[in-house]
Design a protein. Sequence first.
Length: 145
Amino acid sequence: MQPVYLLLGLGVGAVMALYLPLVGTMGRALGSPVLATVPFFIVGLSTALIATVATGQVSDLSRIRSLSLWLPLTGIGAFLMIVGSAHLIPRIGASLFFVVVVAGQLLVGAVVAHYGLLGSATVPLTLQKLAGLALVITGAWLAVR
């Protein structure tokens, strides 16, 4: 693996560790985790459009029409993630929230990679990898107890 990609992944994790609790704060301030998604997605869409213009990809927007109809439905997953974080973080705390989120990501990610689903590279799930997943999940759980 290239170190730059690993550092970028670490950065993405750091951003998630900050913005998801902020969504929880927004949900509390607005009195609704569902309502908290509205400014989140307005700013997200605006940022995406600005980045599209800034990178000179405006003419490529027409390619969106060629996507399979189910692919844009991933926005529902983003909505559920934002509502879930806005609802759960104020109730269980950011630490425990991230432990269960990471556990879910690791478990589902291992299955996706094992079978090469959703365009993922195929990475066989071995006994050693299962042991590693169990250690990571156990370690994260112990860290927030």
